[in-house]
Design a protein around this ligand. Sequence first.
Ligand code: FES
Length: 125
Amino acid sequence: MPVHDLSNVDFPSMHKLKVVTKAEVTIYDAIPDGARLVDALRHAQVGPPLLAWRCGQGTCGACVVRVQFPNGIEPPPLTRMERNVLARHGLGETEESDGVADPDRLRLACHVRVSCDLVVYIKND
Ligand code: FES
């Protein structure tokens, strides 16, 4: 039997997602560091889609979720596209706002990279 030395292999770190919907709370683990949140949600689930995303690029606004970052973790600032889409849907600030990161704010799942454990609230009526 061959023996493989994996000591030099750089495995990506993994994170957990706690996904809260109206119906349930589910923990997904082994989400690779840097995965787009929309992709993590799409691949992690079994059953009907958790999130009715469409474009995957930050234009349709269908992937809006509330993301809670852990205490002490600075959330990445909103991208210009996120601010514009959220404002267009009456959910956020305008392009002129400062984009200061709020630890518990609406985000576009297609624009958030998973870089730590997250709590994600999905409104899927
Ligand atoms: S999937 Fe369309 S804005 Fe994110």
